[in-house]
Design a protein around this ligand. Sequence first.
Ligand SMILES: [Zn+2]
Length: 461
Amino acid sequence: MFQTLPSRFSEIQSPKNIKQRGELLLSAIDRVIAFDKLNQEEVQAYQFEKLKSLVSEAYHNVPLYWKKYHKAGFDPASLKTIQDLNRIPLITKADLRNAGLRSIKNFARKEPVWLFSSSGSTGVPSRVYREEQALWHFMARSLVIYKNWCAGKPLANVLYITDLAAGSIDFALADLLQTTVMEKRILGSNLPTPELIHAIELFQPEFISSYPSTIRSIAIAMHQCGKTFKGLKLLHLTSEMLEQTTRSVINTVFPHAKIVETYTSSEAGLIAYSCSAHPSRLHIAETEVLFEILDNDGNPTNKVGQSVVTDLINHCTPMIRYCGLGDYAALDHTNCDCGTPHRSIKTLEGRISDSIVTPDGGLISPYILIDAIEEISGIYQFQIVQSSKNSLKIRIIHDISSRSNQSNVQTSVHDALKKVVPSMIIDVDFVTTISSENNRHKIPLVVSLGFGSHSPSTFSF
Ligand SMILES: [Zn+2]
């Protein structure tokens, strides 16, 4: 069924082309391996040198930065030590959205580039150019992470279920992936779930790369038919948070699969990845990004704060102190005994845009709401939707195999959420399916009214 499809990628791969691509990938892997030999002091020295050159290049060659720095009175030559980092103006999502393509392009760079566009919740795209070399680096770093997760023995039997929408970074990576993976093993995450399950049964992959919500739909459908697949050894999940309910159903259906998560963005590439020795730790890819956490006043904090990222790899649209990821996180300053000199992110609290806005203007992290109900017996799948300023609608697929009847589930869910958001009306409905609204891969567990139109006064974790 897959062979008859025309190629979704722009270029049909010739042997010569594959060889060239293979060489680019190999040199990117060499660079990643060299990076991984740096100790902590060397990493910090590298970060600062790279930051200095990026800031200077951005100021001179990228109109967005020239205007921003000029207006703020920031002189790149004044950057003397890493302590000066905080003086570099932040770049916001609005800066990117409002800038024309010519303002975000580094006009001194002539190498091949890709343009990525992420529409986000407001529908206004933020766009970023990324040079091909930076994409090879992204892929090389990912491959090295997977390899560490399978004790240095790469898994050859793979299946990628990814966003193949033109303009997405995952589509560009999938195109490059054809160097090592046959096209029929790269599937669109928007395919119907039964087709994806069929592919898993056909290929019997040892490795799958996809998104939590896509794999959740697959695992739930397989579980409903009493199916399990023991051949999967490693599952890579990215771009969304993986919560406990999804992890549990994945563990049931793919009992031998280890789960490696990466924290990625189309603006700044690969930011962090789960440690193979201690999977609850998310190590920052410190040779790829300079990662900061800032409080509400823009100062570094050891508590939960807003994540700010500088991409140390890409030059075509430099991302220097970008604060538009919308993620809240906290750093873990303890060393990991896996031996990496890279720091860890203790908690990734989720996207502020997924937060629920309470009637008094406060923000509640989606994870508080998920935590409150995910362990309640009788829930097979759920979604929490903020239907108005003061009401939440909870959609539930009842787990008929449990001993809790619908009425018990309804009362438990209502009471649990009422404790978290007492000022809101909670409606609990039973449904038979919960599907994605925009035909993309994400089926969020919490759907908020959106952050853009509100001015929150507090944020609760
Ligand atoms: Zn570690």
